[in-house]
Design a protein around this ligand. Structure first.
Ligand SMILES: Cc1cc2nc3c(=O)[nH]c(=O)nc-3n(C[C@H](O)[C@H](O)[C@H](O)COP(=O)(O)OP(=O)(O)OC[C@H]3O[C@@H](n4cnc5c(N)ncnc54)[C@H](O)[C@@H]3O)c2cc1C
Length: 300
């Protein structure tokens, strides 16, 4: 382990390699055991170097962005977490095209779109993820999805940097070939339309207000815990199963929005997982619908 750590430090810089890093510091759930090695590569070249070293080490490795759709188990992650975030967060706009590093926050990209009077990102502006996480998950809200504005992405695949376009990304509901084939997003290009600054600003404010009033944004969570089952809404099924406010320890089905599991302070991943299992079983017994988690669960 010391040898691997040394190699990472040499390649990425001392300050970009942490050992035994608590993952609760890097997930919006504020939950998670320690990662053995946690690296924050800078720039596209940094990410490529980190992946090369991770491959060479033979240890398991996993990418994260802002950790807003992630639950890390209590015993942590044995291996390397590669966080693509602040070190790859440039955002450039030219005419109606925005090119952003995978680590840029979607909210910052939306702000750039607003500043340039570009419309098309309003519905995505409140999603607290990075471009990389959002592209890979085909994040969406209020009737819009990443795939609607996505032109192409620079991805790392089998050690090579390639460009993947919209059709080849095979976007589906919270999925893409980028995710299924384990590609790493380095940069994405979005196409927007010229719009009116005041209209775009008003739409973003309206949707933010809607989000704040309906979702438990004041508590740590990973957003919607479950995918939307075809023909139903997860939150309604959970509510109709009598689980509004149901708790396991400090993990709770949000009384404000049943589709969210929240951390009321000091919840463990074990409690969240027990709660998820209980919700799935109860909803299945009552309605015959098996809810599938949207949140990604990693670690041991
Ligand atoms: C309060 C709240 C509200 C939310 N609302 C919404 C919503 O309205 N709509 C919605 O879709 N989601 C929502 N989410 C969930 C989450 O914000 C999105 O799924 C987001 O796209 C995840 O981005 P991230 O950077 O945080 O990814 P992470 O959680 O860090 O990772 C998620 C997945 O993406 C992968 N990944 C991350 N970066 C990369 C990369 N560069 N290359 C390849 N793979 C990568 C990870 O390996 C992982 O599998 C919400 C979350 C919260 C906490």
């Amino acid at each position: 382990m010391t040898e691997i750590t040394g190699k990472f430090r040499e390649a990425l810089g001392e300050e970009n390699v942490l050992l035994d890093e608590p993952m609760g510091k890097h997930t919006t759930f504020r939950i998670g055991g320690n990662a053995d090695i946690f690296v924050t590569p800078q720039g596209i070249e940094g990410v490529c170097r980190a992946v090369r070293l991770a491959e060479e080490s033979g240890l398991p490795y996993y990418f994260i962005g802002n950790g807003s759709n992630l639950l890390v188990r209590d015993k942590g992650f044995r291996g390397i977490i590669i966080q693509i975030y602040k070190g790859l967060s440039y955002i450039n706009a030219e005419d109606n095209i925005i090119r952003a590093g995978a680590g840029a926050l979607l909210s910052s990209v939306a702000k750039k779109a607003l500043d340039c009077s570009l419309t098309g990102m309003e519905c995505l502006s409140g999603i607290p993820g990075t471009v990389g996480g959002a592209v890979c998950m085909n994040a969406g809200a209020y009737g819009g999805e990443i795939k609607d504005i996505f032109v192409s992405a620079k991805v790392l695949v089998n050690g090579n940097v390639e460009t993947i376009d919209n059709a080849s990304s095979q976007f589906g509901y919270r999925t893409s070939s980028i995710m299924r084939e384990g590609m790493t997003v380095l940069e994405a290009v979005f196409e927007l339309e010229k719009g009116n600054y005041e209209d775009i600003k008003a739409k973003m404010a309206e949707l933010a207000q809607q989000r704040n009033s309906k979702q438990p944004v004041e508590l740590p969570s990973a957003g919607s815990t479950f995918k939307r089952p075809e023909g139903y809404f997860a939150g309604k099924l959970i509510d109709d199963s009598g689980l509004r406010g149901y708790s396991v320890g400090q993990a709770q089905v949000s009384p404000k929005h049943c589709g969210f599991v929240v951390n009321n302070g000091g919840a463990t991943a074990g409690e969240v997982i027990e709660l998820i299992d209980h919700v799935r079983k109860t909803v299945y017994d009552k309605f015959g619908v098996m809810l599938e988690p949207e949140v990604r669960i990693i670690g041991e």
